[in-house]
Design a protein around this ligand. Structure first.
Ligand SMILES: O=C(CO)COP(=O)(O)O
Length: 248
């Protein structure tokens, strides 16, 4: 069975609550494509108004992060249960910016993966190499480690529902999209890694996105690659361009 494409925006630390509602209202008619899953991953403070603003549309709401504890003395953190109660369906885990600026490790991300599934949230787990790693030829070693540790203890049934976003760090926010060949090559290798860890059926089911300077021009070629099941879009998700990307 063909995998359904999933095209998600990662708003990062952009949009105040009122700006967020305005943006949703602008994008809503532009992203009305029933043939793909459309997800807006928004800052925590925007979740409640965005869930309200997308009502009646095809847009689903995601968070950009969450903590792996249920509740308690973790000042500033957001629990899985809070996200679910607010109407969130997806959660980005282990974005390279969280790894780099907030010290998130593969082990932290694995704990979050377990919590996401426990609460019925679909994780979008990010992985990807630095330019230095690519030049040293260790891209796949690094990504395999991120995927293997990230999925430790996750069942095949759960993994089938997961989303992996391949985001080469050198392509994020740089305007330098990976070539379709580069993106396809790594997404294929990630699928092979899932087949090794689980089985062919799980590898066939799991959805793998590409992220890193996706725009209306680069999206069509990327999204038709056999192992690329959509995109995780940063900057272009904040503009009407996102409509063209969703309707690639
Ligand atoms: O990090 C990204 C999405 O998570 C990609 O960001 P850009 O699309 O702005 O490069």
């Amino acid at each position: 069975m063909a995998r359904r494409k999933i095209i998600a925006g990662n708003w990062k630390m952009n949009m105040t609550p009122s700006e967020a509602v305005e943006l949703v209202n602008t994008l809503k008619p532009l992203v009305a494509n029933e043939n793909v899953d459309v997800v807006f991953c928004v800052p925590a403070i925007d979740i409640v108004p965005v869930v309200e603003a997308v009502k009646g549309s095809n847009i689903q709401v995601g968070a950009e992060n969450m903590y792996f504890e249920e509740k308690g003395a973790y000042t500033g953190e957001i629990s899985p249960n809070m996200l679910v109660d607010a109407g969130v369906k997806y959660v980005i885990l282990g974005h390279s910016e969280r790894r780099e600026y907030f010290g998130e490790t593969n082990e932290d991300i694995n704990k979050k993966m377990h919590k996401a599934f426990e609460h019925g949230l679909t994780p979008i787990m990010c992985c990807g190499e630095t330019l230095e790693q690519r030049e040293q030829g260790v891209t796949m070693d690094f990504i395999r480690q991120q995927v293997k540790v990230g999925f430790q203890g996750i069942t095949a049934e759960q993994a089938k529902e997961a989303v992996i976003a391949y985001e080469p760090i050198w392509a994020i926010g740089t305007g330098k999209t990976a070539t379709t060949e580069q993106a396809q090559e790594v997404c294929k290798a990630i699928r092979e890694c899932i087949a090794e860890v689980y089985d062919e059926a799980t590898a066939e089911a799991i959805r793998i996105q590409y992220g890193g300077s996706v725009n209306a021009k680069t999206a069509p070629d990327l999204f038709v690659q056999p192992d690329i099941d959509g995109g995780l879009v940063g900057g272009a998700a904040l503009k009407p361009d996102f409509g063209s990307i969703v309707n690639y």
